[in-house]
Design a protein around this ligand. Sequence first.
Ligand code: RUQ
Ligand code: CUA
Length: 678
Amino acid sequence: MKLTRTPNRPFLFLTVLLLLALVAVLAVACQNQAEQNAQPEIAGATEDINAIAEARGLTPADIAAAVKTYTPSGMHDEYYEFASGGQSGQVYVIGLPSMRILKQIAVFTPEPWQGFGYGERGTLAVLAQGGETVYGEPLTWADTHHPALSETDGDYDGDFLFINDKANARVAVIDLRDFEVKQIVKNPITLSDHGGTFVTPDTDYIVEGGQYAMPLGFGYSSIENYEADYRGMITFWKFDRAAGRIDVAQSFAIELPPYWQDLCDSGKGPSEGWIFCNSLNTEMATGGVELGNPPFESGASQRDMDYLHVFDLEKAKAVYAAGNFDLINEFPVISLETATAEGLLHFVPEPKSPHGVDVTPDGEFMVVAGKLDPHVTIFSFDKLQAAIAAGTSETDTFGVPVLDFDAVMEAQVELGLGPLHTQFDDKGYAYTSLFLDSAVARWSLGGSADELNEDPPWTLVTKTPVQYNIGHLSTAEGDTVNPDGKYLVAMNKWAVDRFLPVGPLLPQNFQLLDISGTGTDMPVIYDMALPDGEPHYAQIIKADKIEAWEVYPEVGWDPHTQAVNPDAPLQGEERIEREGNEVHVYMTAIRSHFTPERVEIKKGDHVVWHITNVERALDATHGFTIPSYNIHVSIEPGETVSFEFDALDDGVFSYYCTEFCSALHLEMMGYMLVSPEE
Ligand code: RUQ
Ligand code: CUA
């Protein structure tokens, strides 16, 4: 056999070469032919497009929408959209205009693919930072709410993303170099939040506003003591950009009346250093319909006006720095009394059961939408300053100064039913979601933005119906001092008739609107079903602002320290070390094997296992699991992960790679042999 095979090798090689040459010649010939035929083929394709459109019942507007959004294979999107994943506790990363989902970032909830929360020490430590349930178990879900991109000079800088958990009053920090969550902080004085996260224009602070009033610090008090003992709050988390972490030791809160603080926004430009938050239930309704009280939804909607909370953050920082605060659960809280005495909190009446407050890109105006008022109300920052300087003798029940509505109000624009949130573009337009009308309203701003379009200031320009019951909307770079316009995403709460039926729980509907035009030109150009509820808010950033790593910078990288792990196993240094009944496994992964391929331990051992993916190739990720141990990790190129467990039972456990990384991926495995105790 040997003798006959050897002489045949050159012949085989020649045959293969000849075949390859033939293929190349044919390919060139085909290409030439295609180039010669280019003209007739395009004409043919146009006819086909019409035929296809007719067969599918597509209108010219549909074709235009398709052309605006279709992103051929290999072409990248223009924008990233970071959308909260609602009850999934995660964040969605979506490309615009294609609306393709690029990633789901694990934040508050275990996520199997990324191995987040499945044994890996670093991810378990991040999840544990989020605190425990009242039963002492770690929290493993969240109601992710408002993502906020970090800003420099009021513009998204693409470095970090923050998001709050409404259900448990937590805030998370995501590093956009590797799109991984690095930190979760639990609010030390309240259980749920709503008005977060919002950043100050240089990301010095991350704002977390409260929601439902309660005794601060979690204790019990009878609801009959609501006015005396229940309180709202706002927390200012200091962000340490160099460390990429919230600096809890430099953070503080302000005690607020037991109204329900709602959404907040940060001042910018002239209003930088000021924070604005809505409130509802200034009636201080406490429910108890069963006792003959009005139910919450009407009890909290009696008054025509609630209070816009206006914070002077510079003053608050000075009061905090002077140590003029109380400690609740060891967390600094500026009392309501101090806040009032120091003049760092003012109220402005706002109609009616307000929801969103949004500061215009020039920082001159604050736009408030009242759910039960068909107008948006625009307040002037200049007028606000004048009113604060003039002073007022009017106060609320708790002694907080209340400014005169007419003195601060600049304009009101009637838009329709159920206005909620407002975003902005580069043409001097504002866009407000109308929940009850199921529409997006475009209206023109006044002030310095007035010159950017032909429309008279403070007027409704057009409305585009959306499907259905829109909550938030987001425009490209819409929360910055410099919005792009171009696209708007309507985040609809109901989908009803938009998609194939999938049972009683329907997908959510993100709709993309083209807002590059003016006047009434504002079509819906894409419907995107999202298989998670309730994706709440999103921010959209230019793609070129994100500088994501392709692979980790060096082999042995620990994403939780963003540095090389000095104990990372490296190629040639793989080993198993035993100290008493503690065993350390130092393993490397590369296509297509783990080293070592056999790990022999004893029943009862405590095992600490480290794996480095020594690959430097883009996308050469390996996964790792040991059956029945509930361990799963993802090891991206350069990364080192560690996990630990007790070998509880003797037996034979085949560990293997869970990413289809190579042709011999199925062979990328090994045996953990646990021998019975001696
Ligand atoms: S708030 S849908 Cu929970 Cu963001 Cu207005
Ligand atoms: Cu590594 Cu499959």
